[in-house]
Design a protein around this ligand. Structure first.
Ligand code: AR6
Length: 178
């Protein structure tokens, strides 16, 4: 499994699946969630509504998969990150669940290339440094990792990008978003 780091808008990424930092309603919101629904179009919301009708809300740490609508990706994997409330161990475990459950859904759907945003580090206020450690460690330790060819960490803000660069544990590549 190759790890890549890029600074980009995740809605431009041509991966098999991009991950959305959703909320438990699955019905859209701001930040990356807003961008994905806006650019992907109504097919994504319709698929989310169908999942809601079937299973109810999505719990924190869980993930569901839908079409990517008009996006260049094939699927969107929606995962619900924890809202940072200072309960460090609990919040960290839930954030790791987001990465693991998203990767498990990817494997089930034969996704080979998956792109993650920096889940929970925006509106949900998870400390960015801790979140980057969890993202990199959880992806590296994922049990089914031989079934995934590439994981792309897509940073949107400079602070996250510089943190991932500093972690120095992943190969840097140039932009692949065109
Ligand atoms: N592409 C990639 N990353 C992005 C983009 C984008 N287009 N836009 C923002 N980010 P956030 P959360 C980064 O707030 O903290 C929503 O309302 C951003 O810089 O999108 O998980 C949901 O509905 C940050 O690093 O998600 C939930 O209610 C990261 O994405 C809530 O926000 C996550 O920021 C989820 O909060």
């Amino acid at each position: 499994m190759i790890l890549e780091l890029i600074k980009a808008d995740i809605t431009t990424i041509k991966a098999d699946a991009i991950v959305n930092g959703a909320n438990s309603s699955l019905l859209g919101g701001g930040g990356v969630d807003g961008a994905i629904h806006r650019t992907g179009g109504k097919a994504i919301l319709e698929a989310c509504v169908a999942i809601r009708n079937k299973q109810g809300k999505c719990k924190t740490g869980n993930a569901v998969i839908t079409t990517a609508g008009n996006l260049p990706a094939k699927y969107v994997i929606h995962t619900v990150g924890p809202v940072w409330n200072g309960e460090s161990e609990k919040n960290k475990a839930l954030l790791a669940d987001c990465y693991r459950n998203s990767l498990a859904l990817a494997v089930e759907n034969e996704v080979k290339i998956i792109a993650f945003p920096n889940i929970s580090t925006g509106i949900y206020h998870f400390p960015k440094d801790k979140a980057a450690d969890i993202a990199i460690t959880t992806v590296n330790n994922f049990a089914g990792k031989e079934k995934i060819e590439k994981v792309i960490f897509v940073c949107f803000d400079d602070e996250n990008y510089m943190l991932y660069v500093k972690k120095n544990s992943i190969a840097l590549t140039s932009d692949m978003s065109d």
